[in-house]
Design a binder for this molecule. Structure first.
Ligand code: ADP
Ligand code: MG
Length: 340
């Protein structure tokens, strides 16, 4: 029997799923030697070095906004993760990899190839939102509109699905990482303090909000005073974070509205009746579902396990090979494409 493996190569995290469970979950990050570009640390270890590397090392995020920014590092990282998850004991692996919707053919090809050289033969690729729809158990045999919104670290994937295919989609380049960068900017401007990326993410996860909280909360944070150059602790409130992240949050809502405005009216009617399915780690910030509901006038369902819905759905899709064949996402057909 072939080993069925699902891979989600996300901007922030790589997740591998096999035998009904998550077998690996690591940041999509590699620390390399700044001269030779040889990898030194992968994943969690690499993320811990973020903002703390000596000159001889660089921390690289090989996936940016859902697409490969550094091909060689992506390939090395995938090899390392496959080895870590399975050792040498994979028997005839059958791999399905989730990719963002709306990639160009070249980006599509490059991602699929990296998975192949990092993982083995027999690879299928599936667009992330479609994988989520498989996971939701949506009936692909009937014409019916379903909207999936996946707010990841570097992209917000927005797609309308019908009959097992994508009707309208956008891989919008504003997502949860933009909340972090806005928090960094806000604190620099209001407090003259520079905070690191990890601190910004921590603030977002702990007290972040895209709608105002009924009761304001606060936390202590640490950074470097830009005037004195010395470390400094300060208090930051949820309402300040709300002010900082409002702009990208609204941009995400506008992008969803724009996809709806390009969608066939009958499909929009289905979505309006059924509600929008919201997933991705970025959807976990307080109030994101409510903000989207307000902007679109449509109810919003949050998926239960938002950081794993893509990889779980992709693995589910492998159980329906006939459906996948219909949609023609076989790597073989991608490889036959030629590029100018
Ligand atoms: P990707 O698929 O792009 O790798 P994920 O769907 O795993 O991304 O989401 C990662 C993003 O979600 C990161 O920017 C992370 O900071 C954010 N995130 C994760 N958990 C939370 C949380 N509890 N609150 C707010 N943001 C979160
Ligand atoms: Mg993702």
């Amino acid at each position: 029997m072939a080993t069925e493996i699902g891979i989600d190569l996300g901007t922030s995290k790589t997740v591998i799923f096999s035998s009904s469970k998550i077998v690996l979950e690591q940041p999509s990050m590699v620390t390399v030697d700044s001269e030779t570009w040889d990898p030194v640390y992968y994943g969690e270890m690499a993320k811990n070095t973020l903002g703390r590397t000596p000159e001889s090392l660089i921390c690289v995020s090989p996936i940016e906004h859902g697409v490969i920014a550094d091909y060689d590092i992506t390939e090395l990282m995938l090899k390392e993760y496959m080895q870590k998850a399975f050792g040498n004991k994979i028997v005839r692996p059958q791999i399905i990899a989730a990719i963002p919707a709306g990639l160009t053919e070249l980006q599509h090809h490059s991602l699929a190839n990296a998975v192949e050289s990092g993982g083995g033969r027999n690879i299928t690729v599936i667009e992330g939102p479609l994988a989520v729809a498989f996971g939701l158990g949506i009936d692909f045999t009937k014409p019916h509109g379903t909207m999936i919104v996946d707010i990841g670290a570097g992209t917000t994937d927005i797609a309308v699905i019908t009959l097992g295919g994508i009707s309208v989609c956008d891989s919008f380049k504003t997502a949860s990482n933009n909340f972090d960068s806005q928090i960094i900017r806000y604190i620099r401007k209001e407090y003259n303090i520079e905070i690191g990326e990890l601190m910004a993410e921590n603030i977002k996860k702990t007290i972040g909000a895209v709608v105002e909280r009924p009761i304001d909360i606060a936390m202590m944070a640490k950074g470097r005073n830009l005037y004195t150059g010395l470390p400094e602790s300060f208090e930051i409130t949820a309402s300040e974070v709300f002010e900082a992240v409002s702009e990208p949050a609204v941009m995400i809502c506008e992008a969803i509205r724009s996809v709806l405005s390009r969608t066939d009216p009958d499909l929009v009617a289905d979505i309006n009746k059924e509600g929008i399915y919201l997933t991705g780690g970025g959807s976990l910030i307080y109030g994101m579902n409510r903000l989207i509901a307000d902007y679109t006038g449509t109810s919003v369902h949050m998926l239960e396990d938002p950081t794993h819905s893509v990889v779980r759905g992709a693995a589910e899709a492998l159980k329906h090979p006939s459906m996948l064949k219909n949609i023609n996402y076989q790597l073989r057909s991608i490889k036959e494409l030629t590029f100018e």
